[in-house]
Ligand binder design. Structure first.
Ligand SMILES: [Zn+2]
Length: 239
């Protein structure tokens, strides 16, 4: 366990499997690695934040490819190793053996993986970070959100991206074939994570009348304050 609560996904088609995020630490993928048995699999990074793509070296077999947005690939030459160096200093011993594995297949707008009887469409959806993507499985009406939607509220890093982020989520929400959303953090009940994130971002960019739980965990209470500061033109949040 890495000490952070993050959710990945394993999608198994007739010919290939797809693993959505390798999570935060090589030990986090042990279970999924054994579930894969000898099925060839694509590994997808929803974005380059550390809790989503640091577990890759823990797979007992290499993936067919590692797919991500081009900006995610770029971040592996930039802030990803910087974050690892910082965390190595902050938590001595915890991350020593960790090896970063960058994506080797990148795209800029969208890319479809044929898993055999199932497809996984990857679409760029910048917002939480510039490299964020979502994964759409049309056969199931299922949208994997990464950190593009999250309950009780999403982490905003860049106020400039807010309008396009909200518009992109609204476009997904208008689809009546979308029945299930799975975020990396928070509720995976029905479409709750998508709908609540839209409501939150509308309030943040609009009248600031938020419909939030009375009790927020300290991480989300702090994140909410940082989000408010960001749209007011205050200092940028860290991650
Ligand atoms: Zn995350």
């Amino acid at each position: 366990m890495s000490g952070v609560s993050v959710r990945g996904a394993l999608i198994i088609g007739e010919r290939f499997a797809a693993v959505w995020d390798s999570l935060a630490h090589p030990s986090d993928v042990a279970a999924v690695s054994s579930m894969l048995a000898d099925k060839p699999f694509h590994l997808i990074y929803s974005h380059a934040d550390w809790d989503h793509c640091w577990g890759t070296a823990g797979f007992t077999r290499a993936p067919v490819d590692i797919v991500a947005h081009a900006e995610c690939r770029r971040r592996f030459d930039d802030d990803v190793p910087e974050t690892l160096n910082r965390m190595r200093l902050e938590q001595l011993g915890r991350w020593d053996a960790l090896r970063l594995v960058p994506p080797n297949l990148s795209f800029s707008k969208s890319l479809t993986l044929d898993l055999g009887g199932l497809s996984l469409e990857l679409h760029h959806l910048p917002g939480h970070t510039r490299d964020c993507i979502v994964g759409w499985i049309p056969e199931w009406g299922l949208l994997l959100g990464g950190d593009t939607f999250e309950t009780p509220l999403p982490v905003v890093n860049d106020a400039e991206l807010l309008d396009d982020w909200l518009a992109a989520l609204e476009t997904w929400a208008e689809r009546d074939d979308l029945v299930q959303t799975i975020p990396s953090h928070g509720s995976y009940e029905g479409r709750a994570a998508l709908d609540r994130t839209i409501a939150y971002l509308r309030a943040l960019t609009g009248d600031r009348r938020f419909d939030l739980p009375a009790e927020l965990a300290s991480f989300y209470a702090e994140t909410h304050q940082k989000n408010l500061q960001l749209v007011a033109g205050g200092p940028e949040a860290d991650e």
